[in-house]
Design a protein around this ligand. Sequence first.
Ligand SMILES: [Zn+2]
Length: 345
Amino acid sequence: MFFHLIYSHIYCSFAQLFKNQCYRHFYITNIMSKSIRQAITYGLFPAFFILSMLFTYFGMQYDIHSGYLLATVALSTAAVTLFFERIHPKHKKWTIPNNDVGTDFKHALVSMIFLPQVLEALLTSVLLVVALNIAKHVGFELWLNNWPIFLQLPLAMIISGFGGYWSHRMLHEIPFLWRFHAVHHSPGRLYWLNASRFHPFDTTFSYLMSTTPLILLGVPDEILVFVTVWITVHGLFQHCNIDIKLGFLNYIFSMTELHRWHHSLKMEEANSNYGNNIIFWDIVFGTMYYPKDEEASEKIGLHDIEHFPEKYLDQLLIPFQWNKLSKKEKLNEIKMEQEPANIQE
Ligand SMILES: [Zn+2]
């Protein structure tokens, strides 16, 4: 029985990743007790987050290369979110692929693997010299190297979160920048791989805004590795379709309950909870949206664009063809408005 359940779920996870043919299969969800569900809902993210941090800490103590540590954390987070989305989903509708998996894998290769490597190499080669000169000029190290890691890390997250918050807010509030960020908001469902769906310009802009201050302040590599682990684990969980609730931790992390509001069809709800990894700056600037007795709708996406391009290259080009798209959508709107009149005639 046990092996049947395990087999059935491994099969379901992979089958449903590529095809929608899993609904008739046996669900472990049906036999999970309420206490196990509650443990997953409230405990999975905090437990996995702490484990990832401990793994990184001890990995560095044993001189394991940071590249291996980051790859292990990224792959295990992907596996865990993929698995728990199958056995404890928030919305069953969101478990059904929507011509999005292939495109999102391409986004992942560019925005999660290729671009961060290139940008990190560029930033450190250019800005490390500037950082050293600043430190020389002021006569002391700008970063608090003598603080324990568990204090340096939150400080680094708050500093990088400031750039991340404002870049995200600008991407929403400046119409030209929204053309690029709309790619991230275009899908009609949220699942773990949505964390990678960003236009390369969006990735570059956000990365530079959030990482430049850390490099200029001379934050050591060790802390930058912890920051990357935080961002990786948080990003995949933030977009996943697991039923996660965090209670008071929602005032620290910018996790699923908050982020689903950010993907709302209503712009007044979507223009909130800009924090990518922490909610601190939304609290400071008054953009946190967390209604206590309400949950975000499962209908998400772009309120004014019905047919957003699905193919990867088309999504890269769409910011430069925006007027064409708007016109097409406008024509659709006019047509739809006229249709009832024609029927009445
Ligand atoms: Zn956004």
